[in-house]
Write a protein that binds this ligand. Sequence first.
Ligand SMILES: NC(=O)c1ccc[n+]([C@@H]2O[C@H](COP(=O)([O-])OP(=O)(O)OC[C@H]3O[C@@H](n4cnc5c(N)ncnc54)[C@H](O)[C@@H]3O)[C@@H](O)[C@H]2O)c1
Length: 254
Amino acid sequence: MRLEDRVAVVTGGSSGIGRAIALRFADEGARVVVGDVVREPREGGETTEALLGERGAHVEADVSRAEDVERLVAAAVERYGRLDVMVCNAGIAGRYSKSLLETTDEDWDAIMSVNLRGVFLCCRRAIREMVEQEPIGEARGRVIIISSQHGMIGPPGHLAYAVSKGGLVNLTHQLAVDYARRGVLVNAVAPGKILTGSPEQQNPEALAYSRARTPFPRLGRPEDVAGAALFLASDDSGYVSGVNLLVDGGWMAY
Ligand SMILES: NC(=O)c1ccc[n+]([C@@H]2O[C@H](COP(=O)([O-])OP(=O)(O)OC[C@H]3O[C@@H](n4cnc5c(N)ncnc54)[C@H](O)[C@@H]3O)[C@@H](O)[C@H]2O)c1
């Protein structure tokens, strides 16, 4: 098992990509604490908490609130003794993501508070913990930020989301540079179009656009992203830092 005796926190782990990461990490031997504002998965089915069982826990936490992030990381450390992997996955887009002239101040602030401030708060709290703990092998800790291919281009009509995800790519570079000497590896995973939520929640036009943009003959699954996150969480990636790993079926190569 590739994450035996490792402790991970996964934000937004009740649904979709975060849920797949939490469950994959647990299957590989990790103890996983999920931080989310809800328990029920958007796509339906059993909660991540129930599926984790003895292998983890759920902490109700809104990543845009520093006190919640403090509680989340403290819970992992108190329960399991350390924090090896911080996965900053919680993010929103949906109804707040529009083109410039339609974007209200509230839309902008809603996206930035979760997608950018939330990741900043989680990284700061996690890395504060990591730099003080004993290394396992050469690494004191690993941070995995879920960015997006939309942070690397100008996706039509998605201003605030694209800007927030572009900021995460920069944050990844900055933290990788600033904390490598203290044993913290920081990377991002940039998913292409991944099918999350229930089929009724999909927008047919957006799906058609994604299918046309994706060279691979299917759209992504949460498990595709979980596999990449597992690589970045494990000792197999011991000399990888500062990358933004695309998991997009070739979208960005198009
Ligand atoms: N699905 C895709 O096609 C896709 C593509 C690129 C990037 N991403 C990114 O991947 C991440 C996960 O996306 P998903 O499709 O699985 O989303 P999702 O909506 O299915 O799940 C997101 C989870 O995050 C939680 N969440 C939302 N706001 C939160 C907050 N303030 N604090 C804590 N938890 C919060 C939600 O409750 C939910 O459980 C996001 O950062 C998203 O931007 C997704």
